[in-house]
Ligand binder design. Structure first.
Ligand SMILES: [Fe+2]
Ligand SMILES: [Fe+2]
Length: 270
């Protein structure tokens, strides 16, 4: 894989620096985000959110209507970007397109954060974005800001703190309840329309403890192992295509309109 639009290796090390204060007044937005996320994302919380949101009974929107909404959102969990989400999605898609990635992957890159419309329904950011982690079993200390798991009520439930917790060895990630957010939500929404590789990219792109740190392998099955390289192939586009230069939406819109029409229905259930 070439990396035409991607940053050099030197630049890469500057991304995802969670130790750097995020605001001029010294308040660390990202640290506070993960304090809330790790405190509130319990196993039961995940099950309740899935039972609610995976009914997809809130409204129907075209993909473009959903993208328009994302224009109003800035992601508190992301230390690298303060751009409207639509720009991030265009940059991700365009970097893939420039590298000659398959069409379904360009589409996947273009929509991968569409699930952040959960914020439209009043969900707090800690229930929408950020790195994901398995609930219902022991936490890995390779999860970002893992010290905040001390605040999670599941810490007091010994049955949820063993290596396997509620899961069987190598049960497969499909059976694992990851912390709830935009990844899982969008995965279920577009499941009928994309190849498995693209669905893995969407569902697990925030599961850094797995695709970057190689943790939680004891929960993975053969399919997860086969799909992991695709999630890893996706990741640099999500990270390193971020730059403050705004691509022109008008210029690229016809291409993505065609792509959306080719793979997705005119409206999606949210
Ligand atoms: Fe994301
Ligand atoms: Fe993203």
């Amino acid at each position: 894989m070439t990396t035409t639009l991607l940053a050099s290796d030197d630049k890469k090390t500057a991304y995802r620096d969670y130790a750097a204060p995020q605001r001029a007044d010294g308040f660390d937005t990202v640290r506070e985000f993960y304090r809330l996320n790790h405190m509130h994302q319990t196993h039961d919380f995940v099950l309740a959110k899935k039972a609610d949101f995976l009914r997809f009974n809130r409204r129907r929107m075209s993909p473009w209507e959903a993208l328009d909404f994302l224009n109003t959102l800035v992601d508190d969990s992301d230390p690298d970007i303060a751009l409207p989400q639509i720009d991030h999605l265009i940059q991700t898609g365009e970097a893939m397109r420039a590298n000659g990635e398959p069409e379904w992957m360009v589409l996947t890159g273009f929509i991968h954060d569409l699930g952040k419309v959960l914020c439209l329904f009043g969900e707090p950011q800690w229930a929408v974005v950020g790195d994901t982690f398995p609930t219902g079993c022991a936490y890995s200390d390779r999860v970002v800001w893992s010290e905040f798991f001390a605040l999670n009520p599941d810490r007091q439930r010994p049955e949820l703190q063993t290596k396997y917790g509620v899961y069987a060895p190598n049960c497969g990630l499909d059976a694992v309840q990851l912390s709830w957010g935009h990844d899982e939500y969008l995965y279920h929404m577009v499941k009928p329309y994309l190849p498995l590789e693209g669905l893995y990219m969407i569902r697990y792109h925030s599961f850094y403890a797995w695709h970057r740190e190689n943790e939680y392998q004891h929960l993975c099955n053969a399919q997860d192992d086969a799909m992991k390289p695709w999630v890893q192939r996706f990741n640099p586009y999500d990270l390193y295509s971020k730059n403050p230069n705004r691509p022109s939406l008008a210029e690229v819109k016809p291409y993505y309109e065609d792509l959306l029409a080719k793979y997705l229905p005119a409206t999606l259930a949210f």
